[in-house]
Every structure is written in structure tokens, then in C-alpha cells.
Design a protein around this ligand. Structure first.
Ligand SMILES: *[C@@H]1O[C@H](CO)[C@@H](O)[C@H](O)[C@H]1NC(C)=O
Ligand SMILES: *[C@@H]1O[C@H](CO)[C@@H](O)[C@H](O)[C@H]1NC(C)=O
Ligand SMILES: *[C@@H]1O[C@H](CO)[C@@H](O)[C@H](O)[C@H]1NC(C)=O
Ligand SMILES: *[C@@H]1O[C@H](CO)[C@@H](O)[C@H](O)[C@H]1NC(C)=O
Ligand SMILES: *[C@@H]1O[C@H](CO)[C@@H](O)[C@H](O)[C@H]1NC(C)=O
Ligand SMILES: *[C@@H]1O[C@H](CO)[C@@H](O)[C@H](O)[C@H]1NC(C)=O
Length: 511
């Protein structure tokens, strides 16, 4: 039996919401409903300087995969080597064609009213072989033009330096498994600071480093090169990612702080609640948190790896007869150097799971067996149209309070949150609007009831795009893209109009 954590079946239908809207009064903007009950919608309840934004990433929207001197990335490589790597045999060769249509994209962002645009720069568009000794001027020009468009319209850019599309030339030397990449990445980041730093005040080094690390040992992610070394190579990659992040933060502090930007990394915070209220399952949920969020957040926000990861992986390594731990060690100096290398907490969040304790895992050792928990869903949770994502706004609120408690109430930017529809049966995106209403409502509760320090909310995504192994079958855009038309015609969906109205009402209140 699953624990019905308080309110887990309180996802309201529109008609229920109307009843509550009429029956509930607002006192100083704080809902009087019981804690997880969703209060009435009020657009006035975000702080004055709260920022609304929208996100994309380079490989997912740009296309132009080999144009004007761009080098191949690992995603170009895998989709060309194995066309069936994605469920619809798709690739990002053209995608939404934002390489040519970025002006239209910026107009859409302006039209909907977003204040922030989070996008990523394609490393191999700027540096075809990944190294600063060979700069592709056309790549620099493309991002300069995009930034100029954004700045002219008063939209703040938030740049993800690495969103999964490693130059193939760097994968050929081992990619993130090779410690040399720390320095190579720092040089690339410095080039971006030197070139774009006067226009960009928000930087994210990595998007979801846990996925980058898992990509090396998981068949369904890229580069999938070390699938026989689960529980080893993924920790080495994670180690290098953390060192690379810290190196970039520190060099910015030393040489570019006059640019007055803020730096963090986007950590996926789809963590777990306990499946039952037994001590074992509560501990399993805590391991789920530390192995997913804590793996990267603990070294950066607290110092060193989470003790539970350290203890378990060291212990299992000894039991396996190894003479070193599969989880690498930081030196004392490295711990200090890494600690404090984020100006805010960037949290991606889509969905939540339940965790139950367990020890029977197919692959031992592995990250999954080290964590020692199973993930499952409460059957009462509604699904997005892509099944692995559930609609649990109360879970979003719970995650934010967990971050508040664990990391000393950090300033949080929601760097991704969104709703997938499925192209096989969708006709409109009303469900995305319902999702937004409940999640933004939960977010207001986090800020005003729970005291979480949330600075902004970035929606994934502006456009329908190449959704990794789901290809073009999962739609995440406020704006739909006709992938059958050579023009890649963009059409604002209902949710885009809804969001425009929502942001507009926020502005009216604070004028
Ligand atoms: C993928 O990368 C490998 C290693 O660089 C290369 O040999 C191969 O030709 C590439 N495949 C494609 C389709 O580009
Ligand atoms: C994809 O195609 C390759 C050959 O190109 C084949 O070896 C592999 O089994 C296929 N994978 C799937 C999941 O169909
Ligand atoms: C540790 O084990 C590895 C592989 O089994 C071996 O190559 C290495 O020499 C060992 N190191 C020490 C210090 O015993
Ligand atoms: C979309 O729905 C179809 C039909 O139910 C299913 O086969 C497909 O896997 C779904 N796509 C995704 C990305 O979930
Ligand atoms: C978005 O709008 C397009 C064009 O009107 C429509 O074809 C599509 O079904 C809509 N998609 C969603 C998810 O609403
Ligand atoms: C593409 O755009 C051009 C120029 O706006 C237009 O003439 C053409 O009809 C469009 N084609 C399609 C298939 O929409």
C-alpha cells in the first residue's frame, strides 16, 4: 500500500476549483485552505521582482547541424550512426530550424511577455573540435545576433554552457571521463565570458549533470560508451563535472566578476517521497534525494559528497574486493574550492516518485544498486501524456521545502518545469494550462506559506523540439512547430495565450 502523502489526490478539476474559488477568502494573499489544498488562483501573489522565463536547448531546436563550419556533436553522431536510437528515427539536423529562425523565436518570447530566455550554446558550433585554438566565427556571430535581439527587447538571457551536446572530437578522447576535460571546458567557458559576458548576466555551467554522468553507462542516453562499467565510470564523470563546474565559477570570480553575472548549474530535482511510512522506506526516500540532488548539490552547497553516498559506495567497494572506492575522493583543498561555487540554486522539476527500500537489482554494481531503492508512482497520480511524468503539484512544493531545509534556504530559480503532450493524440493543450495553474499555484504556496526564496520560474519549453530519444513525438512547446513544413511554421498554442495573460496580470498588479 502506498502512503497517500497529505493531499496527494487533491489535484483539482476545473469545476472543483471554481467551487473553492467562490468559497475561499483571501487574507493578505495567503490561502486559508488546509496546507496542501490548492488555493484560488491569484496572479498578484508573486514577489515584485519575480522573473518569468522560457527555455530551450541548442541541439533540440537549432538544426543547422553542419552549417557554416559547425563540428559534429555526440548527438549528431549517435542519431546518424543509429537512426533507430530515437523512437521515431528522428534527429536534430533541422529540428525547429532556430539557427535560421531565431528572430521569430525572440519575437514570440517578447509577444508572450517572458522576461528571461534560457537557451544553450552549442559547443561544437563555436569550437568545431571543442578547443579554443579553432574558433568558428560564424558560430560566435549566430549567438551574438541572438543576444542582440534579446537585449534590444529587454529580455534577459540565461545561457546554459553545456546542455548535453559534447563535440564529438572531445568524446573521441574519452569525453567527460577524461580529467583533461576540466581544463578544456574552462577554456571554452572563458571564451564565452570574454565574448558574451557584457550581455549575459545569468550562466548555468551544466544542465542536469546526473543525466550527463548516466549517459556514459545507460543504453538510452548518449554517448553510452561504458555500459559495462556501471557504478564506476558514472562517478568518475560526475567527479569531473563537479570539478569543471567549480573551475568555471572560480575563474569567473577571479577574472570576470566585473561583468556582475550570476552562475549556477541546473540540477534535476525530481526526487522521491517514501512509498510507505516505514523507517526503511523513509530512509530509501532520503537516499533517493542524496543520490540524485545531493550528488551534485552537496559538494557545491555544503561541501563534499553526501555522507550516505560516501559510506555506501565505500562499503560496497570493499565488499566487492576493490582496493579503491568506486566513488572518487576530493582532496581537502578541492572540497573547499568546490564549496560555495553557486550564486543561486537552479532547480529543474517535472515530476516526483515514491521510493521503497530494496536490495535486488539486476546490475551490481551500479548507481541504482548503490542507491538501494526502487522508484514507483502512486497510482492516483495523474500522468502527463508521457507516462513517466506524473502531475503532482504538491510534490513540487515538497521538493522546494526540502531544498530550503537541506541547503539553508538558498535563492532558487526554477530553471525548468513543463508538461509533455503526445503527438499521437493531442488536439489542443488545455491540459498544459491546467498543469500550469496547479504548479504555479503550488509555487506561490512555497513562497508565501513555506518561506522558500524563489526568484523566478522558467517554463520548458518555448517550442516543440527534438525531445532526445522521444524524437518529435513528445511535444513540450507553448508554441507548436510544424515539422512537416520546410518553413517549420510556428503557431502559438492555447497555453501561450494563457501564459501571456498570466504574466500581463502580474505586471498590472505591480505597476
Ligand atoms: C561518429 O564518431 C566516430 C568517432 O569520431 C566516427 O568514426 C564516425 O564516423 C562518426 N559517425 C558519424 C555518422 O558521423
Ligand atoms: C538499431 O539498428 C541497429 C543496426 O543499425 C541494430 O543493431 C540495433 O539492434 C537496432 N536497435 C533497435 C533498438 O532496434
Ligand atoms: C588496485 O587494484 C587494481 C585492479 O585490481 C590494480 O591494478 C592495482 O595495482 C591495485 N592497487 C594497489 C595499490 O593495490
Ligand atoms: C505517445 O502515445 C503513443 C500511443 O499511446 C505511445 O505509443 C507513445 O509511446 C507515446 N509517446 C511518448 C513519448 O510517450
Ligand atoms: C498547437 O497548435 C497547433 C496549431 O493550431 C495544433 O495543430 C496542435 O494540435 C496544438 N497542440 C497542442 C498540444 O495544443
Ligand atoms: C513557406 O513560406 C513562404 C514564404 O513565406 C511561403 O511562400 C510558402 O507558401 C510557405 N510554405 C509552406 C509549405 O508553408
Amino acid at each position: 500500500m502506498y502512503l497517500m502523502f497529505e493531499g496527494s489526490n487533491n489535484v483539482l478539476t476545473n469545476s472543483m476549483k471554481n467551487v473553492i474559488l467562490m468559497g475561499t477568502s483571501l487574507i493578505l494573499g495567503v490561502s486559508v485552505c488546509e496546507s496542501y489544498m490548492l488555493g484560488p488562483i491569484s496572479h498578484t501573489m508573486f514577489p515584485e521582482d519575480f522573473l518569468f522565463g522560457v527555455a530551450t536547448s541548442a541541439y533540440q531546436i537549432e538544426g543547422g547541424w553542419n552549417e557554416d563550419g559547425k563540428g559534429p556533436s555526440i548527438w549528431d553522431n549517435i542519431t546518424h550512426e543509429q537512426p533507430n536510437f530515437t523512437i521515431d528515427s528522428a534527429n536534430g539536423d533541422i529540428s525547429a530550424d532556430s539557427y535560421h529562425k531565431y528572430k521569430e523565436d525572440v519575437e514570440l518570447i517578447e509577444n508572450i511577455g517572458f522576461q528571461v530566455y534560457r537557451f544553450s550554446m552549442s559547443w561544437s558550433r563555436i569550437l568545431p573540435n571543442g578547443r579554443v585554438d579553432n574558433v568558428n566565427q560564424a558560430g560566435i556571430d549566430y549567438y551574438m545576433d541572438l543576444l542582440n535581439e534579446l537585449v534590444a527587447k529587454g529580455i534577459q538571457p540565461m545561457v546554459t554552457i553545456y546542455h548535453w551536446d559534447l563535440p564529438q572530437a572531445l568524446e573521441d578522447i574519452g569525453g567527460w571521463t577524461n580529467p583533461e576535460i576540466v581544463d578544456i571546458f574552462q577554456q571554452y567557458a572563458e571564451l564565452l565570458f570574454q565574448t558574451f559576458g557584457d550581455k549575459v548576466k545569468w550562466w548555468l555551467t551544466f544542465n542536469e549533470p546526473v543525466e550527463v554522468a548516466q549517459g556514459y553507462v545507460t543504453e538510452t542516453l548518449v554517448p553510452a560508451d561504458f555500459t559495462d562499467q556501471k557504478g564506476i565510470v558514472d562517478y568518475q564523470v560526475g567527479h569531473n563535472l563537479i570539478l569543471a563546474h567549480a573551475a568555471v565559477y572560480r575563474v569567473y570570480q577571479q577574472k570576470y566578476s566585473h561583468q556582475e553575472g550570476k552562475i549556477s548549474l541546473a540540477i534535476i530535482c525530481d526526487t522521491c517521497l517514501p512509498a510507505t511510512d516505514t523507517i526503511e522506506d523513509k530512509a530509501a526516500a532520503e537516499r533517493c534525494f542524496q543520490f540524485s540532488v545531493g550528488w551534485f548539490a552537496h559538494p557545491i552547497f555544503i561541501g563534499d559528497y553526501p555522507p550516505v553516498m560516501r559510506e555506501r559506495i565505500d562499503r560496497f567497494s570493499i565488499e566487492e574486493g576493490r582496493n579503491t572506492s568506486r566513488l572518487p575522493y576530493f582532496t581537502r583543498d578541492e572540497i573547499d574550492y568546490i564549496k560555495g561555487t553557486a550564486d543561486f540554486f537552479a532547480a529543474n522539476h517535472y515530476s516526483i516518485n515514491l521510493a521503497a527500500a530494496g536490495s535486488e537489482f539486476e546490475t551490481i554494481p551500479s548507481y541504482v544498486s548503490d542507491g538501494g531503492f526502487y522508484e514507483m508512482f502512486d497510482p492516483n497520480w495523474p500522468s502527463q501524456e508521457v507516462d513517466r511524468f506524473k502531475v503532482v503539484p504538491q510534490g513540487f512544493r515538497w521538493v522546494l521545502s526540502r531544498l530550503r531545509d537541506e541547503y539553508g534556504n538558498p535563492r532558487i530559480f526554477i530553471s525548468e518545469n513543463g508538461f509533455s503532450t503526445n503527438s499521437s493524440f493531442v488536439t489542443d493543450d488545455t491540459k498544459r494550462i491546467n498543469f500550469l495553474e496547479t504548479y504555479l499555484s503550488a509555487l506561490r504556496e512555497s513562497i508565501y506559506t513555506d518561506g522558500c526564496s524563489v526568484m523566478g520560474y522558467i517554463f520548458w519549453s518555448l517550442l516543440d523540439n527534438f525531445e532526445w530519444t522521444s524524437g518529435y513525438t513528445a511535444k513540450t512547446g507553448l508554441v507548436s512547430v510544424d515539422f512537416n513544413s520546410p518553413n517549420r511554421t510556428r503557431t502559438m498554442n492555447k497555453s501561450a495565450y494563457w501564459f501571456r495573460n498570466y504574466i500581463e496580470m502580474h505586471k498590472i498588479y505591480y505597476q
